[in-house]
Design a protein around this ligand. Structure first.
Ligand code: ZN
Length: 294
């Protein structure tokens, strides 16, 4: 069983979920997991929900979050979605070694799509010398997201606690890719079969992706949800969700779309490989993971 690479197909597109590692969210650096992931959730409802997930509210002291990237070989181009969190923690930054295990070297990547500007999604943009890790790639990002992270706006809107880390990663990993950068607008097709889907809230212009081929759909929802409980309780936002009200709207849109289109769904912080189906459950949803079979 390989827990670092998971291959699957969407029509003719060869996809691989690639692990960048994991990060443990726990005090004192982060609030306890329930407080971190479900800010302002009503206490009683939260406890009941956690118990159904076999989590004891008072004993759930750390959340080990997977960091997952996605590789798509379209036959014409090799597309990497997000670059992981090189340098963020002791168990992150494994993307390149896991790509190598999938027989991919950095020079092979033609397009890098960045879903948003958080450290765990742009952290592998540059190498130790500060040069783009993927020398031949077009780096694609939403224009408004790029503008946020490279202007004073981020400085003003981020809270003191996270500002230093977030801005440090943005400063190290965004300006150096400028010569290879392609800033796009909402809903643009990035390469044939891969289209941007507006999914704002987690960050100002956080982007989801619709991947389609041969009548099959993959909806890559990135960080619109961070934990399967967010499908059942879409109004419970995380401490890292910058615009909570917008997050709720985005979640409902994406989860509805996943059900309607019967899409396979990839969520970047769910248990590896982060793939599953979204099932309607009353007015909310439920996560049905797809297990590792190889
Ligand atoms: Zn993330």
């Amino acid at each position: 069983m390989n827990t670092d690479i998971y291959r699957f197909k969407i029509g003719k597109l060869e996809c691989t979920a690639v692990s960048d590692g994991t990060l443990t969210y726990a005090p004192p650096v982060f609030p306890p997991p329930a407080a971190f992931l479900f800010v302002d959730a009503p206490r009683q409802r939260l406890e009941l929900t956690l118990r159904r997930y076999e989590l004891q509210p008072e004993k759930w002291v750390e959340w080990v979050s997977p960091y997952i990237c996605l590789l798509i070989n379209t036959g014409e181009q090799r597309v990497l979605v997000d670059t992981g969190a090189d340098g963020l923690g002791p168990n992150t930054g494994r993307l390149l070694q896991n790509l190598r295990a999938a027989e991919i070297v950095p020079e092979d990547i033609d397009v890098v799509i960045l879903t948003h500007g958080h450290p765990d999604h742009i952290g592998g943009n540059t190498d130790a010398e500060g040069k783009p890790t993927f020398p031949n790639a077009r780096y694609v990002m939403q224009k408004a997201e790029w503008d946020f992270w490279t202007s004073e706006e981020a400085e003003l809107k981020l809270d003191e606690h996270s500002k230093e880390v977030l801005l440090g990663f943005a400063r190290r990993n965004l300006p150096p890719i400028k010569d290879q950068l392609d800033l796009i607008g909402q809903a643009e097709e990035i390469v044939p079969g891969i289209r941007a889907v507006a999914a704002p809230g987690h960050t100002p212009e956080h982007m989801a992706l619709a991947v389609s081929s041969g009548g099959e759909q993959l909806l890559c929802i990135a960080d619109a949800v961070l934990h399967p409980i967010h499908l059942e309780q879409p109004e419970w936002c995380a401490a890292v969700d910058l615009m909570p009200e917008q997050v709720v709207v985005t979640r409902c849109k994406l989860l509805n779309r996943a059900v309607t289109e019967k899409a396979l769904v990839l969520a970047f912080h769910f248990p590896f490989p982060g793939l599953g189906r979204v099932v309607q459950k009353g007015e909310a949803w439920h996560w049905q993971p797809i297990g590792i079979t190889d």
